[in-house]
Design a protein around this ligand. Structure first.
Ligand SMILES: NC(=O)C1=CN([C@@H]2O[C@H](COP(=O)(O)OP(=O)(O)OC[C@H]3O[C@@H](n4cnc5c(N)ncnc54)[C@H](OP(=O)(O)O)[C@@H]3O)[C@@H](O)[C@H]2O)C=CC1
Ligand SMILES: Nc1nc(=O)c2c([nH]1)NC[C@@H]1CN(c3ccc(C(=O)N[C@@H](CCC(=O)O)C(=O)O)cc3)C=[N+]21
Length: 288
């Protein structure tokens, strides 16, 4: 193996120490910061993620409220619950676990969340603020990736960064954050032609496609930084990313594992956003 491993689990643990400290200070001075998580339906993967989020809150001294709704809930029932949480002065962050059942509009649900409590950073207002370089709650996964690059002292200025995948929750905001760091960004997707020609030029590749073994060693420039956002199950049911880790690690300069890479950092950034939302609300109250 030539690549240096960027360990998201270790970095998360370091950052969570500070989060725990901060949460305890806020609890002493004001009240315990609180995250509300809404889970609609019984999707097994979503249940695992949500349990993980609730447990991470507990470990860091952040209060969590888990609201479960049946899969056949109406859109209005979800909206009514969000409105109640928006009004609740003891709730700082609201996360609606995605995907939602098909009969519920994800966009409509996200726009119902109070911008100040949108700890996923998915609300149109936060998306717009991010693209204008204004202060906002940053989307957790791309923000976690930036923290991982910083932890490995990777300077992005002037580098060619290629993002594979253009979803609203990962690819697009990832491109935005890389641009903010003065990287030159290529945002590739399923209609991109000659993908290998592009990936071979990239100094940094962020894979967020949702396909096991998608990024192969022959697509990676020797020494490049490879960040694997993918969370998939392979044919044996084992958790894996989008990168052919075993072969790419021989070519890349840096690489992130799955599990133990971007996943834990996503949750850490969610905890951080909950503290930011709580602090903003305490500050607002003091200024009234
Ligand atoms: N680690 C973490 O914390 C998180 C991990 N994930 C994981 O990241 C992965 C991506 O998630 P998400 O962004 O939500 O996924 P989406 O399915 O929303 O988007 C996938 C993107 O990949 C592109 N794509 C698909 N096939 C190809 C191809 N053959 N060549 C090039 N591009 C392709 C699609 O292109 P097009 O737009 O043209 O269809 C699309 O833009 C998943 O594995 C998901 O589980 C997601 C969130 C958080
Ligand atoms: N509103 C919303 N916000 C999200 O942030 C969101 C979402 N919906 N829906 C689903 C995706 C996916 N996602 C993950 C977060 C952490 C891990 C994670 O911690 N993974 C561990 C392994 C966990 C396991 O063992 O399954 C790891 O990679 O090491 C994975 C996936 C957040 N998402």
């Amino acid at each position: 193996m030539t690549a240096q491993l960027i360990n998201g689990k270790d970095l998360s643990q370091q950052i969570r120490k500070n989060i725990k400290e901060k949460a305890s200070q806020l609890t002493e001075k004001y009240r315990q910061p609180c995250l509300a998580v809404i889970l609609v339906g019984e999707d097994p993967a979503s249940q695992v993620y949500v349990r993980n989020k609730v447990k991470s809150c507990e470990d860091c001294g952040i209060k969590s409220i888990l609201q479960r709704l049946p899969a056949d809930s109406t859109e209005k029932e979800v909206i009514d619950l969000i409105n109640a949480l928006n009004q609740d002065k003891e709730v700082d962050g609201i996360l609606v676990q995605l995907p939602l059942p098909k009969h519920i509009s994800e966009q409509k649900i996200i726009e119902t969340i109070d911008v100040a409590k949108d700890v996923d950073g998915f609300h149109l207002h936060n998306v717009g603020a991010l693209s204008c370089g204004l202060p906002c709650l940053k989307p957790c996964t791309p923000h976690g990736v930036i923290k991982m690059l910083e932890s490995a002292n990777i300077d992005l200025e002037g580098k060619l960064a290629l993002v594979l995948g253009r979803s609203n929750i990962v690819g697009k905001p990832m491109a935005q954050l890389l641009l903010e760091k003065n990287a030159t960004v290529i945002l590739a997707h399923s209609k991109t032609r000659n993908l290998q020609k592009l990936t071979l030029q990239a100094d940094v590749i962020i894979a967020a496609v949702g396909r096991p073994l998608f990024l192969k060693a022959e697509m990676v420039k020797p020494g490049a930084v490879v960040i694997d956002v993918g969370i998939n199950r392979n044919s044996e049911g084992k958790l894996c990313g989008d990168v052919d880790f075993e072969n790419v690690k021989e070519t890349a300069g840096f690489i992130t594992p799955v599990p133990g890479g971007v996943g834990p950092m996503t949750i850490t950034m969610l905890l951080e956003n909950t503290l930011i939302a709580a602090e903003n609300s305490f500050q607002k109250k003091e200024n009234q």
